[in-house]
Design a protein. Structure first.
Ligand SMILES: [Zn+2]
Length: 455
């Protein structure tokens, strides 16, 4: 029996002896609160994801949401998980939200997770790189800024509601499987769906599920999947398969709030795709995987809640010279042009930084579960490696706190291509990452988890 159990057991006995009436339900060491807000833009603003769109959104399939789950562990330590139906979480936005939660509720940075589903039918948020990838005019960008600003205010209000909603809760964790994610570097989209198609390449088909029971009912369920939320590329607001999965779970369990977080799906696509019925089908499949986990015995969460947050300085391969940027700024490719102009403007303020501070977060959920939460669009190699090295009870999420770039593994960096190097332009970075980033990131995760397990 671990020491914490003895302490808990001893204190329960002590409370029983002193004041039996005030004893909470025996296993409710935790409290949980949840709140939801609709974030569907009311103005026709630009949709996030894909550089080829020429116009803002022109309608919706269903509403987009932000959902906040606050967990409170023994001793009152709290963590707020903010999950959004957006394509991106820029650093300035996430840090702004975390600062609001610090000012109003005293949260430290490590206690706040700001995460997106990466739906490519969700609003683009204002950021420097938004101006590189999307051909927005000044008026359209101003609308995006207005939306981003009001979303930040909404998240503060929704977190306040989740905090006001805290009730004793029993948490448990399980893992299911779902198969629609296909490695998009190793398979051709045109082949997918054809008879006899057998996808190849690494994928992570795990469906981590955190169930929150309170007052005899399922109050919330947080689940994840490692795949791009890119079945659809039309002009309507839609949560894509992640949105449909949440709706399906909530329909089956009235009164439950379903929250979604994305895993390391940067090199995984839902294939075949491009049809609304496929997004609905994948959503149903994922919801069924979650239901299967809920129907089986799950691992109860007992013990301490704690969190850590750290930046890792990751080096770029090289820094372009002013001359090189001036030449690129004259080129025909509009992305290269906007990228070069963006970097030239930054150069006017001083030399470019040779490194980027990449965020990694870890949450200890009791004695057996650790959630690793990574920034950026992280390729599947990271979750497969981290789960192997950290062992059972490890849940890995990405697309949180600062979706700053694609995060290739050493393998993908060497192979190159879109996730390996080409996408760095869209995120406004001076070059590809320098080799060595995988070990730096993984070592930092190990450091955080070691610290949390020692607590
Ligand atoms: Zn992406």
């Amino acid at each position: 029996m671990p020491p914490m159990r003895i302490t808990l057991f001893t204190s329960i006995v002590a409370v029983l002896l002193i004041a039996p009436q005030s004893l909470p339900a025996a296993s409710a060491e935790y409290r949980a609160g949840v709140a939801t807000t609709v974030i569907t833009p009311t103005e026709p603003i630009w949709i996030g994801g894909y550089g080829h769109r020429k116009e803002p959104a022109d309608g919706k399939i269903h509403d987009l949401h932000a959902k906040v789950l606050v967990l409170e562990g023994p001793g009152g330590y709290q963590v707020a998980l903010l999950t959004l139906d957006t394509e991106n979480v820029p650093r300035a936005f996430a840090d702004g939200v975390a600062a609001d939660l610090a000012d109003h509720f005293g949260f430290k940075r490590e206690q706040v997770v700001v995460s997106c589903s990466h739906t490519h039918c969700g609003p683009a948020l204002a950021s420097a790189d938004a101006k590189i990838i999307y051909p927005m005019n000044a008026e359209q960008y101003a609308a995006t800024e207005r939306y981003t600003h009001s979303l930040r205010r909404q998240l503060l209000e929704t977190t306040a509601q989740a905090l006001a909603d805290l009730t004793p809760a029993e948490l448990s964790v399980g893992v299911g499987q779902c198969g629609f994610g296909v490695n998009r570097r190793n398979n051709k989209e045109v082949e997918a769906g054809k008879e006899g198609f057998v996808p190849v390449g690494p994928v992570d088909h795990d469906v981590p599920v955190l169930r929150v029971m309170s007052e005899g009912r399922m109050k919330a369920v947080l689940f994840g999947y490692a795949c791009h939320c890119t079945t659809l590329d039309f002009q309507k607001w839609c949560g894509d398969w992640a949105g449909f999965a949440k709706f399906a779970i909530e329909q089956k369990h009235p009164g439950t709030t379903a929250l979604f977080m994305t895993g390391c799906g940067a090199d995984t696509n839902p294939l075949p795709r491009r049809k609304l019925e496929l997004a609905e089908k994948y959503g149903r499949q994922l919801a069924e995987s979650v239901e299967k986990v809920l129907a089986e015995p799950m691992q109860p969460v007992r013990g301490r809640l704690n969190a850590r947050f750290r930046h890792v300085d990751l080096a770029f391969e090289s820094l372009p010279s002013r001359d090189a940027l001036e030449q690129k700024a004259e080129q025909d490719n509009p992305y290269q042009q906007r990228w070069a102009k963006y970097l030239l403007a930054r150069l006017a303020d001083g030399p470019l930084s040779p490194t980027y501070a990449y965020p990694v977060q870890a949450i200890r959920l009791g004695n057996h579960v650790v959630m690793v939460i990574m920034g950026g669009e992280v390729v599947v190699d990271y979750s497969l490696r981290l789960k192997k090295e950290l062992g059972p009870g490890t849940i890995v999420f990405a697309y949180s706190n600062d979706v700053c770039a694609y995060m290739p593994s050493e393998r993908v960096l060497k192979e190159g291509g879109y996730e390996g190097r080409d996408a760095m332009v869209y995120y406004g970075h001076p070059s590809a990452w320098a080799p060595g980033l995988e070990d730096k990131i993984v070592n930092t995760v190990h450091e955080l988890v070691r610290e949390l397990r020692k607590d």
